[in-house]
Ligand binder design. Structure first.
Ligand code: NAD
Length: 263
């Protein structure tokens, strides 16, 4: 039910953090996964991919391919997906996951930083989903588009000072619902995953800007009922389910993976 054998996936923001873990989960389920990210040091990725390959119990059809790209470039995103389809003949799963945060108080939020967060987190998600969705429609593939939203699209964490991020994630939730309605007649599903605090580079960057002492910073991760940060690999299951035939009647939904923080 959850196999992705013979499926092709694209994961943006796929060279580290949540995106890389989800990509590994897809590949473990048998998919060919294209991990797209800004050109960056692949050190962490390579280490994780090597240990992933070594941990596989038996030969697996899944594999990872790295591509560079910027999700805010609509034309480039179209070309990336077109190349994937040229090479693999299809695209079944699109994980629009790339995102950024910028910490600043509302009254002083710099215009350029506000625009950049919206460009990456909203336009970038739209351009990624458009490029994949158009190919899925053209090829008649009952694909799955998944967007990484956030608990911050639903609730506001005091002292986080990331209004642009919160707004952008609310927009992703509504973008997914709008797209889900439009694409349902074409057999394409669109859903979101809303993580709580997951311990990645992004979270570390927010913690570093907190004015509180370290002991209080640690408590941020303990705000949810489970009392801890999530790990990036704990997003694999929700993404795999939404990508797979296990979720064929699920569209326009948001899956919260937040230790109960939004409960
Ligand atoms: P991360 O910073 O570790 O990884 C994000 C990746 O996106 C990076 O590799 C970065 O290079 C890439 N990226 C940024 N801008 C890009 C662009 N223009 N084009 C292509 N790639 C780009 O962050 P993460 O924690 O793994 O976050 C992944 C997603 O999960 C984001 O959308 C984030 O908002 C969301 N999220 C994270 C948390 C958390 O606590 N970490 C919580 C809720 C939601």
């Amino acid at each position: 039910l959850f196999s992705l054998a013979n499926r092709v996936a694209l994961v943006t923001g796929g060279h580290r953090g949540i995106g890389l873990e989800i990509a590994l989960g897809f590949a473990e389920a048998g998919a060919v996964v294209y991990c797209l990210d800004l050109p960056s040091s692949p050190d962490e990725s390579w280490r994780m991919v090597q240990s992933w390959a070594a941990s596989l119990p038996e030969p697996n059809s899944g594999r990872l391919e790295y591509v560079s790209g910027d999700v805010t470039d609509q034309k480039a995103m179209w070309e990336v997906v077109e190349k994937i389809v040229e090479k693999e003949g299809r695209i079944d799963v699109c994980m629009a996951n790339a995102g950024i945060v910028h910490v600043a108080e509302c009254l002083e939020y710099p215009a350029e930083d506000f625009k950049r967060v919206m460009d990456v987190n909203v336009s970038g998600v739209l351009f990624t989903a458009q490029a994949a969705g158009q190919q899925m429609e053209r090829l008649g593939i009952p694909g799955s588009i998944i967007m990484t939203a956030s608990m911050s699209g639903t609730i506001t964490n005091p002292n986080q000072h990331s209004s642009a991020y919160n707004i952008s994630k609310s927009a992703v939730l509504q973008l997914a619902r709008s797209m889900a309605c439009e694409l349902a007649p074409k057999g394409i599903r669109v859903n979101t995953i809303s993580p709580g605090y997951i311990y990645t580079d992004m979270t570390r960057s927010i913690l570093d800007t907190q004015p509180q002492p370290a002991s209080l910073k640690e408590k941020l991760g303990a705000q949810n009922p489970m009392g801890r940060f999530g790990r990036p690999d704990e997003l694999r299951g929700a993404a795999l389910w939404l990508a797979s035939d296990g979720a064929t009647f699920c569209t326009g939904s948001d899956i919260k993976v937040d230790g109960g923080q939004c409960a």
